[in-house]
Unconditional design. Structure first.
Length: 242
């Protein structure tokens, strides 16, 4: 929970959302303090991606509110939310395969807030990911999965994310790359970035996040510090669908 001096950066209140009028998330409430690293866990189809897509503005909720630093952003477009610093790293990376690494990064920093600092941000990203520096002129589609994940995170940093939302960053990566990417996530957190980490990988997320929420079939089944969530029997049952 919040320690003194910290304020809520993100507040989701009673969110109901779905597809074609059929709810997939039912009355979901969640909060994220400035500077926190919070995990959103859940089995396949629990609704994690649906939630993140509503936060980034790809979808609009049926009811409920999303507040960012106290401002109601529920009806803002995805572009307006990026301008505020709400930035998503999508599941499956979604880099532009025919564009070079450099072009992908520069595109990330195209919003009005970030554009004036693109050169500086690029240096930060390339310092974080030396591999991307070596591959700046290479087409993004020729990168390995792990390198594409670096690029997707780098692109979000180029957008000057203030709330970074990562959708399943471990998906399809070798254990070595997973370890590396989670080291980067820890570093970004230490640098003060607020991070919502959406993951299916329970143990990995519990190790890195301070607090976690567990989604089960569109509802928050468990929430609390990672220790509390780890020891709550409902966490395992949410995964096993019991
Ligand atoms: P995964 O880990 O498999 O990505 P998830 O927890 O992110 O799962 P969602 O992708 O949010 O879950 O899916 C939640 C529910 O919404 C599922 O029942 C899914 O079939 C449904 N769903 C997701 N996207 C759509 C869509 N575009 N149209 C209709 N139903 C959808």
């Amino acid at each position: 929970m919040l320690t003194s001096g910290m304020s809520w950066m993100l507040e989701i209140e009673h969110l109901v959302t779905g597809y074609g009028g059929v709810p997939v998330l039912h009355d979901v409430s969640l909060k994220l303090g400035a500077g926190e690293l919070v995990g959103l866990l859940g089995a396949n189809n629990a609704g994690k991606t649906t939630l993140i897509n509503n936060l980034s503005g790809i979808f609009t909720p049926m009811s409920g509110r999303i507040l960012f630093e106290g401002q109601d952003v529920t009806r803002l477009t995805a572009r307006q939310r990026v301008e505020l610093g709400i930035v998503q790293v999508p599941e499956g990376r979604m880099v532009f395969p025919e564009m070079s690494v450099r072009e992908n990064l520069l595109l990330g920093g195209i919003n009005q807030r970030a554009k004036p600092h693109r050169a500086q941000q690029m240096e930060h990203v390339l310092e974080l990911f030396p591999r991307l520096r070596e591959r700046l002129g290479q087409k993004a589609g020729t990168l390995s999965g792990g390198e594409q994940q670096m690029l997707a995170i780098g692109r979000a940093l180029m957008a000057e994310a203030r709330l970074l939302m990562l959708d399943e960053p471990s998906l399809g990566l070798s254990p070595l790359f997973v370890q590396y990417i989670f080291g980067i996530i820890d570093r970004l957190h230490k640098e003060g970035l607020t991070i919502l980490l959406v993951e299916q990988n329970l143990n990995l997320t519990l190790r890195h996040a301070q607090r976690c929420y567990v989604l089960e079939r569109g509802r928050i089944a468990v929430e609390g510090s990672s220790d509390v969530v780890k020891n709550d029997p409902r966490t395992r049952s949410a995964y096993l669908g019991l």
